[in-house]
Design a binder for this molecule. Sequence first.
Ligand code: C2E
Ligand code: CA
Ligand code: CA
Length: 636
Amino acid sequence: MLKYDYQYDLAAILITVVLFIVFQTRRAYATKANNTFMFVILCDLVAAIFDAISCYTITYPEQVPLAVNYIVSLGYLLFFNMMSVMYFMYIDSKAKITKNKRPAQIAAIISTTYYLVVILSSPWTKWVAYFSPSGEYLHGPLMATLYVIPFTMFIWEIAIFMIARRRFNKYQVVTSIAMIVGMGGSVMVQMIFERALIGTLVMAIIMIFAYLAYENPAYYTYEDTQCMNRHSFYEMLKKNAWKKDSISLLAFTIADFEYYHHSLGEHQLEQLSTRIADFLYQQFKRNAFCLSEDKYVVVLPHADCLEEYEKRIRAFIDTPISLSRRDVLINVHVCALKDLDRRFTADEVEAIVEYSLNNPQANLEAYEDIQQIIGNRVHRDMILRSIRRAIENDEFQVFYQPIYSTETKRFDSAEALIRLNDPELGFINPEELITLAEETGYIEQIGEIVFRKVCKFMKENAIHKYNVEYIEVNLSALQCVQENLTEIYAGIMEEYGIAPSAINLEITETAQTTKNANLMDNMQKLNAIGVEFSIDDYGSGFASANYLIELPVIIVKIDKSILWPAMKDARAMIVLKNTIKLLKELGKHIVVEGVETEEMVNILTECGCDSLQGYYFSKPVPPEQYLEFLRQRNFQ
Ligand code: C2E
Ligand code: CA
Ligand code: CA
């Protein structure tokens, strides 16, 4: 009868073979890291094969040559132990703590050398394992040292997890701990129950979990399609997977995506992008990527395929796509990016793709165009970093620009304007700041921060004592449709004991083009508690008279783009005067912005404008300076 149970090893062989096949067929593309992972699986497979054979060779040593017996037993020891080294290398490459991979590489080389020397020399040195003259398999004095290496690597891995915490999720940490516990545990079990060779099986099972935790195909594909996702796209670029000197891409985006978003609803929209992703995978396999619901990119084998690929995509797009509730016919903007060469990093290629998808009309041919985009992106990233830091460290400031009343001849209101002074970039352009905050979703937080600062300022300085009736605060278009806006703003005013009538919220024309219902709702609720509204930048956008009638606003702020031309051109003056007339007839309180000269003041006062704002009186200034201004100018 066999001295050992070989069934465990057979099970391990079966599992690792299946795992290997699954891994190979579903792997997005080979990288150094996932190749290492594959070697861990292979080590276990080979170890299990040797181990299974050794059940026979050790039991019946007289039937096999001694050399074979050595090869089988030592082969098992070598491959089983090499797993921990491979796995360690894998974890280290995932952590990307430093660019310097030396320490880990040196540790791996030393360990491997040690294994090779002590294990392979055993037939002569009897260090690790050997066969007695009677053919009995025996352990040598250095057997225990083999386990020192996995243990050391385990400690090192724990350190990696602690340092690069963010790069690992908890499943990954748990499977890695299970790996070492399993390895140590199974060795101990084997010592106690000598027949039970469970080591390779335990490792095979743990590798299944490790596979799901680390190399799960779902991480690399879009939703439940096989099409690669944004993460894969980036990894592909970063791994420099394009072996040639340049890369050509065909990117496309769904035209009028916002429209489909509204008309189809979330669920149908998801179906739509799934259909597109499925089609792309069928056609282009792992060269196609779905970056988001409406953005896709295909890597071309070479620039010449462009036309043909585009034709294939068009053919698909030009037929209606059937969704569960209805068929839709969509249109796409296609952008071709030919021969982006290696000068560009992965980040830059991603920026270029992103830019061309957002600006499908732009025709990117020249290197300079692309450089500019990259420059803009870097600039944006810097501003974004500054915004994040300002939110964290409370670094935003609010400046105040006094607004002059032609009737009382005092500065009875002011506009609050955000300022962000970055140590490196200096004062960041507020328009750029606000636009970026809107795009990245920080606007709600920032709006609240500004509003809170204004209320605090008004309270701490008892601003009404300076003959200031109200402060105007800008409300971004996105905030206007924010669900809980009223509650938040009402809460802040209450916290500082600010009367709602001392606040005026400025909204821009664009605000009412999106989600009108929410806007009306917010305005009505805020109106009900006593907050008034102005329309900002009147005349700068697509002026539709409708909102003048529909929205509950009392103040209209005429934009400088109406005022300034009027100073140079008689016809523009007609426009200005009639704009004022129109607004007066509608009973609006008129504020004119961008008043820079005395001449402007005189004309506008004559025309009956109620309030004037501009550099002629004062630029936006810090709170202290604003108070000083009021002391000097409001008590005459
Ligand atoms: P806005 O609401 O139209 O603000 C008026 C802008 O015109 C301010 O620019 C102000 O400094 C500038 N200005 C005022 N008088 C004159 C003048 O006589 N001549 C010239 N050339 N400019 C004048 P600023 O502070 O750079 O703000 C730009 C825009 O950023 C604002 O335009 C507003 O849309 C946005 N913004 C500023 N602060 C906030 C905020 O707290 N929240 C939101 N949502 N947007 C803000
Ligand atoms: Ca404004
Ligand atoms: Ca304005």
